[in-house]
Design a protein around this ligand. Structure first.
Ligand SMILES: [Zn+2]
Length: 230
C-alpha cells in the first residue's frame, strides 16, 4: 500500500483533510454546517461515498468535530477519536480551553460555551488510547496520541509523505499566517513538547495543521525546531 495522497479542504477557518489511498479517510470535519463542503471535495477528487472508510477526529474541539454528526449521516462510516477527548465529542461540547495569553483568553470567552446541538444520537465507533493503525481502513497511515493542546489530541502519521496531520498541535502565529508555533490554547506544555519530539522521532518533517497551510521545517518557531538527541 503506497502513494498516500493528502488533500487539504479549507472550511472557512478550519481544515478538513482527505487522506487518500485505496480507500479515503476524512480527518477532521470543521465547524457545524460544513459537511456539504467536504462532500463536494470528495466528489472533486473522484472519491465515491462508498470509498470513504472512516471519519477521524484529531481532538474534542467543535471547529474540528462540528460536522462529524452530519457527515456520519451521509456516509455511514465509523468515527474514530482518542479516548480522553471522547466525552466532548459525545456531548457536543468543547474540551477545556487553556489560554496562553490575553488574546486567547478573549477567544475562550466566546468559544468556551459553544455546543453542537444536532447530534442525532451518534456515538464514536473506534476509540483508541495510544495508537490506531489506519491500514485496516485502506490508507497507509497510523494515528498516535499527541497530547498538549488538549489531553486527548492525536495526530495521523503518513510515512509515504514524511508528514502528519496534527490538528491544533501547531497553530500559525497569526492563526492562518506566520510561523508554525505552539497553539494559543495549551492544556499541558510538557506533554506538547513530548508530542513534538515523538513526531520528529517518527520522521515527520511536514505538518498539516488544523488551520491554514502546510507547515514545513523552515516555517517552525525556533523553540519547536527539532533538537539533537541528548
Ligand atoms: Zn483545538
Amino acid at each position: 500500500m503506497s502513494g498516500t495522497k493528502v488533500v487539504r479542504v479549507p472550511l472557512r477557518v478550519a481544515n478538513s483533510y482527505l487522506l487518500m489511498g485505496p480507500k479515503t479517510v476524512i480527518v477532521d470535519t470543521g465547524d457545524p454546517g460544513f459537511s456539504g463542503g467536504i462532500l463536494k471535495a470528495l466528489q472533486a477528487n473522484g472519491v465515491k461515498k462508498e470509498d470513504v472508510s472512516m471519519i477521524f477526529l484529531t481532538h474534542g474541539h467543535i471547529d474540528h468535530f462540528g460536522s462529524a454528526y452530519e457527515l456520519k449521516r451521509q456516509l455511514d462510516v465509523p468515527i474514530a477519536i482518542q479516548s480522553i477527548d471522547l466525552p466532548f465529542f459525545l456531548n457536543g461540547t468543547q474540551a477545556p480551553l487553556y489560554p496562553v495569553n490575553a488574546l486567547a483568553a478573549m477567544i475562550k470567552a466566546i468559544g468556551n460555551n459553544m455546543q453542537v446541538k444536532k447530534r442525532y444520537g451518534i456515538k464514536a465507533d473506534i476509540v483508541f488510547d495510544e495508537e490506531l493503525d489506519l491500514r485496516d481502513y485502506g490508507v497507509n497511515a497510523y494515528a498516535i496520541a499527541t497530547p498538549g493542546h488538549t489531553l486527548g489530541s492525536s495526530s495521523v502519521v503518513i510515512p509515504d509523505d514524511d508528514a502528519a496531520i496534527v490538528g491544533d498541535l501547531l497553530v500559525r502565529k497569526y492563526f492562518l499566517f506566520g510561523q508554525g508555533c505552539k497553539p494559543p490554547f495549551l492544556h499541558d506544555a510538557q506533554k506538547h513538547a513530548e508530542s513534538m519530539h515523538k513526531l520528529y522521532s517518527l520522521g515527520v518533517k511536514k505538518f498539516y495543521p488544523g488551520h491554514g497551510q502546510t507547515i514545513l521545517p523552515q516555517d517552525l518557531c525556533r523553540s519547536l525546531q527539532p533538537r539533537p538527541a541528548q
